[in-house]
Unconditional design. Structure first.
Length: 399
């Protein structure tokens, strides 16, 4: 308030302004500029209170008052250095960052009472000391909007740190450009008009991405991770579907191949039937072993005894070769050959089912394992008999 005349201005509850004499002799002035009451021209004496005081647009006075005793030649003004107006160190010369700043819709129309609050608001957001901010000038624009020129000085820790380092320049600029200032109902939203780098800061360059906040980077990283997970899941799903289709095709081929092989006297057994016949391939049911695999004694559901020849992993053939072998074996019929009863091809297993030979093999009788002797009385007059062992079917295939 400014003392102007020996009278008291009274604003009653109906927003009427009256002049009343006062014996106390108080002197003060109301300023109502920007108040909605000023839009009502019918109120008496309102005009004289609705104007702005001369100097509402001004240059900060303290920018000169506190440095008037400092030697001008000690601070190279030509290189954009100047004395810090409110520095705790006397005559501290430094190069400020120059910033064009505008309050877009402040809740006041007279700035002077809020200068201290504004300085605290800005320096708190920038994590600086209040003396490091200087409001060089400000003026009102249509709106009303408050445009100002700010200067931000390096900290006065010692007389040798008269400039900001590059990382600090980037940090301060990042806060301005990424709108990291907290919301404030008094000052409202703001806009950065310019961030001027001259003198010792002229060589500082900004690259894209420097102004992106950590939150944005985290969001980008999470988005990339989500995309990778989604793509991986999609690819895995496609592979699984393709594998399922191929498996169904192979199953259909397997079923069709088994269905197409209708050979008299040869039966297709399931793996479950083979397991039941051999007591789950118990070692006590094993009667032999060869290059093809193990041979088990099995009892089928009809109490018929069979020999089950189970191929080992290294002896497995392709499906086509296995079925070809079954067809070929089914055509071999001789009184001295063991007949093929059936086969099993399930769960990646290949098994051949033969008639069981309770007396063992010819190899066993010719070896030391035999407990008895062979009867060679075939009605042949010769005193000696040359016995030649025929090769097995597996050996015949390789000749």
């Amino acid at each position: 308030m400014k003392h102007t005349s020996p009278c008291t201005q009274v604003l009653d509850r109906k927003l009427h302004i009256e002049k009343q004499g006062s014996s106390i002799g108080l002197q003060f002035l109301f300023r109502l500029g920007g108040n909605p009451i000023c839009d009502n021209a019918n109120i008496a004496n309102i005009t004289q209170f609705c104007g702005y005081e001369a100097g509402g647009d001004r240059t900060t006075e303290r920018s000169t008052n506190s440095t008037m005793t400092c030697p001008v030649q000690a601070c190279p003004v030509d290189n954009f250095f100047e004395y810090v107006p409110a520095s705790p160190l006397p005559c501290f010369c430094a190069s400020p960052l120059r910033i064009g700043y505008r309050l877009k819709s402040p809740s006041f129309s007279y700035f002077d009472p809020y200068v201290f609050s504004f300085e605290s608001y800005v320096t708190s957001a920038l994590k600086l000391n209040r003396y490091q901010l200087s409001i060089d000038s400000y003026f009102w624009e249509q709106g009303p909007r408050l445009r100002m020129h700010l200067k931000i000085f390096p900290p006065a820790n010692n007389m040798h740190s008269s400039t900001f380092n590059v990382s600090e320049v980037l940090r301060i600029r990042g806060i301005f450009t990424s709108w990291h200032f907290p919301g404030d109902d008094l000052f409202g939203p703001y806009e950065l008009l310019n961030f001027t780098l001259v003198g010792p800061y002229a060589g500082v360059h900004f690259t894209k991405g420097k102004n992106i906040s950590k939150g944005v980077w985290v969001a980008i990283a999470l988005g990339c991770i989500a995309c990778i997970i989604a793509v991986t899941a999609a690819v895995s799903l496609l592979i699984a579907r393709r594998y399922a289709r191929q498996h169904r095709k192979m199953s259909r081929r397997h079923i069709s191949s088994k269905a197409s092989m209708k050979i008299d006297g040869v039966k297709g057994f399931t793996f479950k039937e083979m397991a039941m016949a051999t007591d789950s391939f118990n070692c006590s049911a094993q009667v032999g072993r060869g290059g093809y695999g193990k041979v088990y004694r099995g009892i089928l559901s009809g109490n018929s005894i069979v020999a089950i020849k189970r191929a080992e992993e290294g002896s497995l053939q392709g499906q086509k070769e296995f079925l070809t072998e079954i067809k070929l074996l089914s055509r071999l019929h001789h009184i001295n050959l063991v007949s093929l009863v059936g086969y099993c091809e399930e769960k990646e297993e290949q098994m051949l089912v033969y008639e069981f030979m309770p007396n063992g093999t010819l190899r066993d009788w010719l070896s030391d394992k035999a407990k008895g002797t062979l009867n060679f009385d075939f009605g042949i007059p010769s005193k000696s008999l040359d016995v030649t062992c025929l090769p097995s079917f597996d050996a015949m295939k390789h000749h």
